[in-house]
Design a protein. Structure first.
Length: 311
């Protein structure tokens, strides 16, 4: 069986940062990722709030830089979808993918997936006008009318990005005001291509072979109306990718991993960082901070377990 001091699950900013720190500490560390490196940030257009880049940096470029930097110090990464983590003997953990790995510690950095509306035709028309990533699909909607559902930073950022292609972008938000950062709100409100439908939710997405419109309901009056559009971008938050941990770690009611400030979970030797853990603010910079803290905690745990901790 492949044996390691630490195994990191997930190659987003949190996982890559943890890998960087553990590799520099010269621990035997393996990073497992079910897709490519970068996580959701790899899909972002321009990241303008990451320190050190006054003009911003493309999400894919930032994540690639993180990967290269971590591998420079010896981080080993391989593809693998984790199915289970279970306690082994001798205070170790077994991480099961298509293969099985043995480790003294594990860092969960599995991230989160885009949340869906759960309305009629959403699944059927995904890829046919329904999208969860404007950076990925925006160019397909040149000179079209599109709708963005959501009111947070991501929704407004991606709505602004869509104005580079679309004829009109309508933001639909269930509250009477947006939740996004003020600077993003200012940009959106001053953009002539953007319109806003507040206090409203999407009840159904219309169309047979492709999106043709949506049915919306005002949450205050109950009044329903139809809005014609060619695309619907759903950007209403995240669902943590923690299904493989149910019954094993303490999760909150939304499925996020409960940790302390040292990124320790309910099980000794298991740590969590990034978007998959319970916290208030999810950004690249906070994910990186989580990753560094998780790596430090895992390093201390392993060295104490081996009796080589510096005291």
């Amino acid at each position: 069986m492949n044996e390691y001091d630490a195994i990191i699950i997930g190659a987003g900013p949190a996982g890559l940062t943890a890998g960087l720190y553990l590799a520099r500490a010269r621990l035997r560390v393996l990073l497992l990722e079910k897709t490519g490196p970068g996580g959701q940030i790899a899909l972002a257009g321009n990241v303008e709030n990451y320190p050190g880049f006054p003009e911003g940096i493309a999400g894919l470029e930032l994540s690639e830089n993180m990967r290269v930097q971590a591998e420079k110090f010896g981080l080993k990464a391989t593809a693998g979808l984790v199915e289970e983590i279970k306690r082994g003997k001798d205070k170790t953990w077994h991480v099961k993918t298509e293969e099985e790995y043995k480790t003294f510690s594990a860092i969960i950095a599995s991230g989160a997936s885009y949340r869906k509306l759960g309305v009629g035709n959403e699944e059927k028309l995904t890829g046919r006008g329904v999208s969860y990533c404007a950076t990925c699909d925006g160019a397909f909607f040149r000179d079209k009318n599109v709708v963005v559902v959501g009111g947070g930073d991501q929704a407004v950022e991606e709505a602004l990005f869509l104005t580079n292609f679309a004829r009109k972008v309508t933001i639909i938000h269930r509250r009477d005001r947006l939740r996004a950062a003020k600077i993003l709100q200012e940009r959106a409100l001053s953009n002539k291509k953007m319109e806003f439908v507040r206090d409203s939710v999407v009840e159904e997405i219309g169309g047979r072979e492709k999106v043709e419109g949506i049915r919306i309901r005002n949450v205050k009056t109950g009044k329903e109306s139809e809005l014609a559009c060619d695309g619907v971008f759903v950007l209403i938050g995240l669902t943590p990718d923690t299904g493989f941990l149910k019954g094993m770690l303490e999760l909150d009611d939304k499925g996020y991993i409960v940790t302390d400030e040292e990124m320790k979970t309910s099980e000794a030797g298991i740590f969590a960082c990034g978007d998959c853990r319970k916290k208030r603010f999810r950004q690249v910079v906070t994910a990186c901070g989580d990753g560094a803290t998780a790596a430090f905690s895992a390093q201390q745990y392993v060295e104490e377990l081996k009796g080589i901790a510096y005291k």
